[in-house]
Design a protein around this ligand. Sequence first.
Ligand SMILES: NC(=O)c1ccc[n+]([C@@H]2O[C@H](COP(=O)([O-])OP(=O)(O)OC[C@H]3O[C@@H](n4cnc5c(N)ncnc54)[C@H](OP(=O)(O)O)[C@@H]3O)[C@@H](O)[C@H]2O)c1
Length: 261
Amino acid sequence: MRSNHKIALITGASSGIGKALAENFAQDGYDVILAARSFSKMESQAAYLKERYNITATVIAADLESHEGAANLYKEIKNSGFMLSALANNAGYGTFGEFKDSTLQSELAMMQINMNTIVVLTKLFMPDLLATNGKIINTASTAAFQPGPYMAVYYATKAFVLSFSEAIAAELEGTGVTVTALCPGPTASGFQDKADMHASALVKNKNLPIAEEVAALGYRAMQRGQRVYIPGIVNWLMVQSLRFTPRSLVTKIVKAMSKPI
Ligand SMILES: NC(=O)c1ccc[n+]([C@@H]2O[C@H](COP(=O)([O-])OP(=O)(O)OC[C@H]3O[C@@H](n4cnc5c(N)ncnc54)[C@H](OP(=O)(O)O)[C@@H]3O)[C@@H](O)[C@H]2O)c1
């Protein structure tokens, strides 16, 4: 790659919001590095982006729920001589069901990709981002703002992402690096299949926004350097209403809204 273009790493770029975010970066003239496990899906997408936007697209297969996945991805990028100007920490997923029934291993793997991977990549690429007045966009969720019965660990991981993003955004003020926590509500993507949550009242029979729409709005928020961005007025109002509602009541409402139907 090593063109004069700025370089963006997008994790979870094989589908959904990450794939769409990668197109936004490419459209804006960034060279992109796509990382996820589905190599061939990313290869097709890279070919399309190169052709359409005249940029360079590199594909790296990475398992980001393994302990060494994020550090290995960093090494591979650095061994190729790349210097990042943008980091999109987007790879992640949820699992649906009662905590008492899930396996410990599945919860820990989700915590690894949704939280640890973000910290590792942000830490390791920080020198690049400081040197390039870089941009960080972390995909959190509206789940970040309240507890989530039936997706207890997932909601807690997204609360972590939001808190971490806001805190380092404040620390980085004046350095030229901005941090944006993108907080989508339910969005049509591979997420519902992976979480096995089509029966949840949160998504069943709902007309969900598409990943491309959410990514484009999030990308613009990142360009503005907005710290927290919630796409969609209904999602935004829902989050604001939490400020005036007792937490115990919020938890009951989320439980009722999420339960399988
Ligand atoms: N869709 C929603 O309703 C919604 C709402 C709020 C927030 N979010 C968040 O948005 C982000 C993107 O999700 P999405 O909705 O776009 O779902 P998606 O279509 O399922 O995309 C998830 C991406 O993460 C990657 N990924 C999953 N496990 C991975 C692993 N072990 N190693 C590397 N990459 C992995 C997937 O790639 P591979 O499978 O190829 O590895 C895929 O590219 C997630 O952080 C999610 O929590 C989603």
